[in-house]
Structures are given as structure tokens and as C-alpha cells.
Design a protein around this ligand. Sequence first.
Ligand code: URA
Length: 434
Amino acid sequence: MNILDIIEKKRDKKELTKEEIQYFVNGYVKEEIADYQMSALVMAIYLNGMTKKEITDLTIEMANSGEILDLSRLGKIIVDKHSTGGVGDKVSICLLPLVASLGVPVAKMSGRGLGFTGGTVDKMQSIPGYKTDIDINSFVENVENIGISMISQTMNLAPADKKLYALRDSISCVESIPLIASSIMSKKIASGAEKIVLDVTVGNGAFMKNIDDAKKLANEMIEIGKLANRETVCVLTNMDEPLGYAVGNNLEVIEAISFLKGIMPEDLKQVVLELGSYMIKLSGICADLEENKRKILENINNGKAFNKFVEMVKNQNGDISYLENIEKFEKAKYIEPIIAQNDGYIHEINAEEVGKVACNLGAGRVKKEDSIDYTVGIVFNKKVADKVKNGDILGYIHANDLERLKIAKEKMKDIIVIENSVKEQTKTIFGICK
Ligand code: URA
């Protein structure tokens, strides 16, 4: 077998066999296949798609490219959560300590920023000292001892996805149903999840731009879950405007801390409640979704969710004084207001463009080896449908570079659309697939 024949076959829209998929996954992990050859193959998959059988074979091979974690010693049902990506998506940081505080064990392997979307690992690393790259034994021990651990993708869990994820990001091959489905499900299978709740985002700030594509992606992942004996529930959520108010690494952590202390933007609250209620249900603790939502709100109000977050950060070496006093987080050099240019109602805050602006300010990577700036981004004061007046402050741009700040300010004029007519509030939850 050789990689050129495999690239040619996919380029010519033919179905790859299980052996061919095994060959390129293993060859890439062992560095026997070069990045440029893998790039050609990934682009061919992106353009020509994959059959259901190919997607399942790819997922299983990627999961088997490293260790498959066995969490049975915890003696509880392990329910994992993942998002297909978004702008301002700090859901994991709010949700996971919350469900852990209700007895759902959380063993979460998160990703870095991808394309114009942010990544939970980058956000968590903006807490000084917090270690995301712990070994697998410490990861399992943490879950055993305090019920929660959030880490980055270690080299031993789905290493094929780790390499492919970074490669796809650097060659504009992210928005592909076969590649996203196999990426997410291989990680979830490798990290020992028995049940999986997925946030499938839809809109301009998501990789799936419309509900039909989001449903296709959801159904693909549900089917892989069935074949791998992992019950999977997908919640379709709106990503046309950024989730919550903050976009950027430490800015989002600050918003998540406030959320856990009870200051909850409505859209973020709805997503957390919906995903959380399913996580608790699948864990076998309580099947009543409304009761689960009530319990989640109770643990925000009584401080148990915030305390669990503090416990997790402390356990992974993070400086918890930042959580107690958010003023300690480093701030960007320039914090400039975004001013409304006219009276009216906000019709649009284009999430994809906001994500790109945040990336350009330094919050994300352009090349896979780029370092990121934890302090930059945008914090809005308003949401779509809000009424505003000419001269109102719509939010603040946080920047460390005057040239980049100038570009961001210019872009914001087109990103936030204000019109005279009243704008209806948009839905946050579009539906459930299971
Ligand atoms: N999240 C992932 O883990 N993989 C993708 O491909 C997209 C979002």
C-alpha cells in the first residue's frame, strides 16, 4: 500500500477501505507520512466527503491510534461533553464544575482554538499556574479524588486527532462533517466516555452554517456512538452571535467565573441548563430534565458549583486567588469603547467576524506554532435585539497593539448592525437529536 494511491483514490471520489484508512492514520502518527501528503488527502476528503462506512472506520482508527482510557474503576457512568465549536463558547468552563458538583464525574479532554473559534484549553491556561498537560494517571486520579479534571489532549489519547486537528486548522479544512464527526467521536471514545452530550452549534459563528447541515453532523455522530456503544445526545444551539458577552481567553474565564457566581447571560444559561440536564439524565442520577435544571440553578445559588471549580483549579496547580478576585487577571494595554453610530435595535453581531477580529487581536492562532495573547478580545455590553441610542457604548475592544486595535475598531462598524425596526429575540436552543 502507498499513500499516493490513497490520495489518488480519494481525489477521484472513490471509497477508501478500512485497511487504507488504517494505513494513513498509523503512518501519519508514526511520521512516515509527511504533512504535505496528509494535507492533500485531507483536502480531498474535505472536497469529496466520505461515506458513512469511511467515517466510522476513520473514527475507530483515530480512537485506536493511542490508549483507550478505562474509567470503570470509578464505578460510575462517565458522561462526557463536547462542542463543535463557537465564538465566546465558555460552556465547558461553566457547565462541567456544575454537573461535577451534582455528582456527575467529569473527565474532560478539551481542544485548543480552531479556525475562528476559541478553545477551552487556551482559556483555562489563562489562569496562572493551571496545568492542562498532566499525564493520564493523574487525570484519572483527579476524577477519582475530586470528581473532575479538565486537561488538554495528551499525546496518548487519540494522537491521530491531535495531529490532524492542528493540520486541518492550518490548511483551512475545518468545516467538514466527516472530519469534525471523526475528530470529536474519536476523542470521546478514547477518553473513556460511556455516554456523550454534544453541543452542535449552528450559525455564522459555527462550522455548520445551517440547521440541515448541523442535523447531518449530529446524526453522523449519533450513529458512530451507536456503533461504538456510546449513547449520544446532540443539542443544536444558536451561534449566530457570540455566546454570552465576552470573546477572548481570560475575558471568557472572567465571564465564566461570574456565571458560576450567579451572573448568567440568558443565552449561556439556556445552553448550560439544556446540556447539563441531559448530562445528569444520562449519568443515571435523575431522568427528569426539569428537575435537573432546577438542581443546576440551586448549585449556582448555593455556591457549590463555584466551589467545585475552585477545587479543580487548585488541584491542577492553578492560582485560585484569581478566581476569588477577578481584578487580578492581567489586562490588555488598550481598552477602547465601541460606540453606536445610530439609534435603533441591534439586528446582528456577526459571530464569525467577531471570532476573526479576536484572532487578529492575538486571541487565536494563524499558524499552529503561534503563541496566543490571553488578555485580548472583545467584551460586549449588548446582545442582538437590544435597543440602543447613538453614542451608547456597545462594548470594549481589549488590545495590546495600536495597529490591530485600529483594524478591530473599523471592522466593528460592519459587524454590529443597528436598524430602525424592532428585532425579535432569536432562539438559543434549536432542538435535540438522539
Ligand atoms: N471540535 C473538535 O474536537 N474537532 C473538530 O473538528 C471541531 C470541533
